[in-house]
Write a protein that binds this ligand. Sequence first.
Ligand SMILES: *Cc1c(COP(=O)(O)O)cnc(C)c1O
Length: 393
Amino acid sequence: MANPLSYLSDQLAEWKKEGTYQRLRVLESESAAVSRFDGREVINLASNNYLGLTTHPKLREAALAAVRSFGVGSGAVRTISGTMKLHMQLEERIAAFKGVEACVVFQSGFAANAGTVAAILSAEDHIISDELNHASIIDGCRLSRAKIHVFPHKDAAAAEKILAELDAAPGRKLLISDGVFSMDGDIAPLPGLVEAAGRHDAIMMVDDAHASGVLGRNGRGTIDHFNLYGRVHVQVGTLSKAIGVLGGYVCGSRDLIEFLYHRARPFLFSTSHPPAVAAACMAAFDVLEEEPERMKTLWDNTKYFKAGLMAAGFDTGMSETPITPVIVGEAKAAHELSRALFQQGVLATGIGFPTVPKGKARVRTIVTAAHTRAELDQALEAFQKAGKSLGLI
Ligand SMILES: *Cc1c(COP(=O)(O)O)cnc(C)c1O
């Protein structure tokens, strides 16, 4: 009998031939600056653990205490019986931190984006979206059935031109951008986007997944970084990256949040966080305020490492944040560089199409506050060796 899934095997064989087939690296220790992957201790430049909070003692203790008091699961979706006091406390904590009326927490940043865009728009509406926005925004746009207008990366004037052309069109307009772009590490031109949205009565939405804990006072994100309080209607953040745990959230007006409580499908149809997750996230916001030196170290390390890569002759693209891509062109070259680095004790992932455009394949690095200078020097040395042996520098 023919295997109706044989086309999948054919595709896998094709990827193996191209050199883009990816085996999952297995983490056998904590996620830390130096971690054990596939039996080998390596300097981890592939995590989003910007502030080293995945292993912070306060977060561990908060999680353990929550398990002891409240068990391991919430038992239901938020709207049935799965709203625990911890969930409400976390939402209040985040709203206060971000200086907004209210907040709703989702199971992930992905669910926050996809669930929110799909909930607040419908088929007669328009979305004006940066071409490099995250996949979860793109999926949310598609789920909403609104018309999608993509503007060139970071081009606020082009976004405004689309908005102007739509001035007479019926339907609502949503202008949406990542705050920090996850593959290039550059920052959105938020002041220009906010102005454009304001002039054309558009809803302004920003996804600060990579800006939370990284930009703004104590890591409050791009709205704080650019001082745009009150100008962004929908602020998305993640609890999975700098916060070190898991989850996503939307901040905005009380009515926006209440609406999402009623209509965001991941909120309505997927079980809420275990108590340990909510408790650990709450502890993380305390740490952001109590230990600002972590952010300072993150940025010192970022500058040091970026300068080292550039001095070695690598193309680091347009990065302005701790996300530093090393752009090599073809996906095959990116995967080769990644493998060579691993042999020298450094984990940095090769990323190719469709995650980034064809010809822009890269090895993406993210330094954290937890890396020591000695580790960064060792990583830079590995990059030089591997880059030279592959003819990249
Ligand atoms: C990682 C990321 C997300 C998804 O966040 P998770 O909490 O991991 O689901 C959303 N948007 C952007 C820009 C991201 O980089």
